[in-house]
Design a protein around this ligand. Structure first.
Ligand code: NBP
Length: 470
């Protein structure tokens, strides 16, 4: 029997769907799962009649694979990846390729990559976005590792990746060395948090503030999805708003408990941005908004004692809806400017050599943040690969400039009504700070020098100064 092109270890929902995707694209896949009964159920169910063969041990899995052998680990991130690597390693030979396709922390991937490279193995930390549907029908794939490993894997990855509507190109590229793939996947998720929070704040303003019912909002989001805001997250928001609860007959979204959970990739993005000194206030605001939402019991108690303005809008609703659309687009650009700048700073910090045009290109389809905007971001970085900030690209500068009045109006309205808008507010503040030749950091420096003799520099001459301020 012909050998398999790839082995997959871990037949959870992601592993199973990736196996089916790889096989559908013409490759023979060998599989292994720690709990063998789950593998048997898969082989006799969804995998029946397909070029998918099971293995009852790691040696049996290896014996089925073409050389160099490619093994994809799709296990829970964390200790399961280390355990899996230790169990598989004795059966690998120099030149073989081990891939971790889970949501691993990029520093773990750096560590594993160095250790396995020292043993002559290729280790590929590979971000996969798109959830279970994406895994089955075409995810956006972010593989790190050596160029040799990429050359070996590219024929499979290009086939199984999502294809962009615009040009049919597969949404996969070699991201960079070591942990680069998992790093970029982490930032993708941070940007996803920000996208979701910006949409949530606009929903809150239009629903709680302007009193628009969910069904009407669904129509508005549908319409927005046909214009510049076209994206997966806007599309699913319309579908969510339209769904009725079978128990109460109310919009189902209103019956969902308002406590946002998180698995940690947004937090990793913020933590890393603090570590490397990259300002990403809108992603941070999105992480913080989820944390604030989780304090439900405290919020309920506080809502009974802390007073604010009445959240009832009395102005022109249609004008507010139009301003909200423009504000959402402007704040989305401002959020992407932060995320892409974070990637640029991280690329230098970790020697990742990231190609920002390529990264935006592979986010155009398959992943959760897929959006029309990503094609424009790709074009901006192709025009100028050394672009220090997306806002300095002429097209994006004009896009924000022409919508900033709307963003300011939306924020003024939200503030007037007492509706929190952490992410929208942070996006505008980022814009105002980034375009400020002078910020009040002069006072901060003076204070630091006052209480801690931390010294300061002057605007008019070189040198380090200290003043006895009293
Ligand atoms: P599941 O929780 O569905 O499956 C986990 C798999 O890991 C099972 O096959 C399990 O085997 C196996 N496993 C574990 Br746990 N410990 C193992 C070990 N020590 N040795 C061998 N196998 C082990 O995970 P999933 O939802 O498919 O996710 C897999 C990865 O993909 C995660 O890192 C996740 O964060 C990432 N991811 C998930 C999504 C999504 O939408 N779900 C999207 C993108 C990325 P068993 O059957 O014996 O327990």
């Amino acid at each position: 029997m012909a050998k398999a092109s790839i082995g997959v270890v871990g037949l959870g929902v992601m592993g199973r769907n990736l196996v089916l995707n790889i096989e559908r694209n013409g490759f023979h896949v060998a599989v292994y799962n720690r709990t063998q009964s789950k593998m048997q159920a898969f082989l006799q169910g969804e995998a029946a009649g397909k070029h998918i063969t099971g293995s009852d041990s790691y040696p049996a899995l290896m014996a089925q694979l073409e050389k160099p052998r490619c093994v994809l680990l799709m296990v829970t991130a964390g200790s399961a990846v280390d355990a899996g690597i230790e169990e598989i390693k004795p059966f690998l030979e120099p030149g073989d390729i081990l891939i971790d396709g889970g949501n691993s922390y990029f520093m773990d991937t750096e560590r594993r990559s160095l250790a396995l490279t020292a043993e002559g193995l290729h280790f590929v930390g590979m971000g996969v976005s798109g959830g279970e549907e994406g895994a089955l029908w075409g995810p956006s794939i972010m593989p790190g590792g050596t160029p040799e490993a990429w050359q070996a894997l590219a024929p499979i990855l290009r086939k199984i990746a999502a294809k962009a509507e615009e040009d049919g190109e597969p949404c996969v590229t070699h991201i960079g060395p070591r942990g680069a793939g998992h790093y970029v996947k982490t930032v993708h998720n941070g940007i996803e948090y920000a996208d979701m929070q910006l949409i949530a704040e606009i929903y809150d303003l239009l629903s709680r503030g302007a009193g628009l019912p969910a069904a009407e909002l669904a129509g508005i989001f549908d319409e927005w999805n046909r214009g510049e805001l076209r994206s997966y997250l806007i599309e699913i928001t319309a579908k969510i708003l339209r769904r009725t609860d079978e128990i109460t007959g109310k919009p189902l979204v209103e019956m969902v408990l308002d406590e946002a959970q998180q698995k940690g990739t947004g937090k990793w993005t913020s933590q890393n941005a603090f570590d490397i000194g990259a300002p990403i206030p809108t992603i941070n605001a999105a992480v913080e908004s989820r944390i604030l939402s989780s304090l439900k019991a405290e919020r309920v108690a506080a809502s009974r004692v802390l007073r604010g303005p009445s959240p009832r809008f009395t102005g022109d609703r249609a004008a507010l809806v139009e301003a909200a659309r423009a504000a959402l687009y402007a704040s989305k650009i401002l959020s992407y400017a932060q995320g892409m700048s974070l990637l640029r700073i991280a690329s230098a910090e970790y020697d990742y050599h990231l190609d920002l045009a390529e990264i935006a290109r592979i986010w155009r389809a398959g992943c959760i943040i897929r959006a029309g905007l990503l094609g424009d971001i790709t074009a901006a970085y192709r025009r100028n690969p050394a672009l220090s900030n997306l806002l300095l690209d002429d097209a994006f500068r004009q896009a924000v400039e022409s919508r900033q009045a709307a963003l300011r109006h939306v924020l003024q309205t939200a503030i007037g009504l007492g509706i929190p808008a952490l992410a929208l507010g942070s996006a505008l503040a980022y814009y105002d700070a980034y375009r400020s030749e002078r910020l009040p950091a002069n006072l901060t420096q003076a204070q630091r020098d006052f209480f801690g003799a931390h010294t300061y520099r002057r605007v008019d001459q070189e040198g380090i100064f200290h003043t006895d301020w009293e």
